[in-house]
Design a protein around this ligand. Structure first.
Ligand code: ADP
Ligand code: MG
Ligand code: MG
Length: 200
C-alpha cells in the first residue's frame, strides 16, 4: 500500500510545487518527491516482519531524506503511531485508525499547529476522525479509508479559508487566503492513494 502511496506522491511533485510556490518557498513538491522516491526504493528492497516495521521504515526514510521541518512532520506522521505498539502481522481499520490517531497527537505536539492554522494538521485531523468513526461502526478497511480520504480532502479544502500561522506561508498573511496549504494537499494525496490501493 505504501509503495502505491509513494508513487502517487512522486507523481504529484509538479502540482505540489505550484502550490508551495504561491504561498511558500516552492520546495514542498521537491521535498516530498525526494522523500517518497526513497521510501519506494526502501520498501521494494527490504523485507518486513510486521506492519510496525513498514511504518517505521516509511517515517525514518522521510525523516532522513526530506530534512527540515516538513521531514520531521511527515516522518512523525508515520513513526509516532507505532511507538510502543505490539508488532502487528496484519492491519485492519481499527488498528490503522489508532495508529494515525497517535501520530496526529504527536504531530500537533511537535509542530504546535491546530486545526485552522493552515497546515497539514487541517487534513490529518478530519481524516483520523473519519477513520475512527468508521472503525467504531465496524466498517471494512476499504470503506473506512474512503471516508478517511474524504475527510482529508475536506480538510485540505478548508485550508483555503484559513490564514497561515506556521511555516513559510505565515509571512504571506492575508495573501494566503483562497489558496490551499501544500502540506494539507500532500496529506490528501496520501490518504486518497491508501483508499485507492485498498479498493483495487
Ligand atoms: P518548508 O516550510 O520548510 O519549506 P515544506 O514546504 O516541505 O517545508 O512543507 C511545508 C508544509 O509543512 C506546510 O504546507 C505545512 O502543511 C507543514 N507545516 C509547516 N509547519 C508546520 C507546523 N508547525 N505544524 C504542522 N505542519 C506544518
Ligand atoms: Mg516550502
Ligand atoms: Mg523550505
Amino acid at each position: 500500500m505504501f509503495e502505491y502511496v509513494a508513487g502517487a506522491v512522486v507523481d504529484s511533485e509538479a502540482e505540489l510545487t505550484v502550490i508551495d510556490k504561491k504561498i511558500g518557498d516552492g520546495d514542498h513538491g521537491t521535498n516530498m518527491a525526494l522523500g517518497f522516491r526513497e521510501v519506494r526504493k526502501e520498501l521494494r528492497a527490504k523485507e518486513f516482519d510486521s506492519v510496525n516495521e513498514v511504518f517505521h521504515c516509511v517515517g525514518m526514510t522521510l525523516l532522513d531524506t526530506m530534512g527540515g521541518a516538513s521531514g520531521v512532520l511527515f516522518g512523525t506522521l508515520f513513526i509516532s503511531g507505532i511507538v510502543g505498539l505490539t508488532p502487528l502481522k496484519a492491519i485492519d481499520l481499527a488498528a490503522l485508525a489508532k495508529i494515525f490517531q497517535k501520530s496526529l497527537t504527536a504531530l500537533k505536539k511537535r509542530g504546535k499547529a491546530r486545526v485552522g492554522d493552515k497546515t497539514m494538521v487541517d487534513a490529518v485531523e478530519p481524516a483520523v476522525a473519519a477513520l475512527l468513526e468508521a472503525a467504531a461502526a465496524g466498517q471494512p478497511l476499504a470503506q473506512g479509508l474512503a471516508a478517511g480520504a474524504a475527510g482529508a480532502r475536506a480538510g485540505m479544502e478548508y485550508t483555503k479559508q484559513c490564514v497561515a500561522r506556521f511555516g513559510r506561508a505565515k509571512s504571506f498573511g492575508q495573501a494566503s487566503l483562497g489558496l490551499e496549504d501544500a502540506g494539507a494537499v500532500s496529506v490528501s494525496i496520501i490518504f486518497r492513494a491508501m483508499a485507492q490501493w485498498v479498493q483495487q
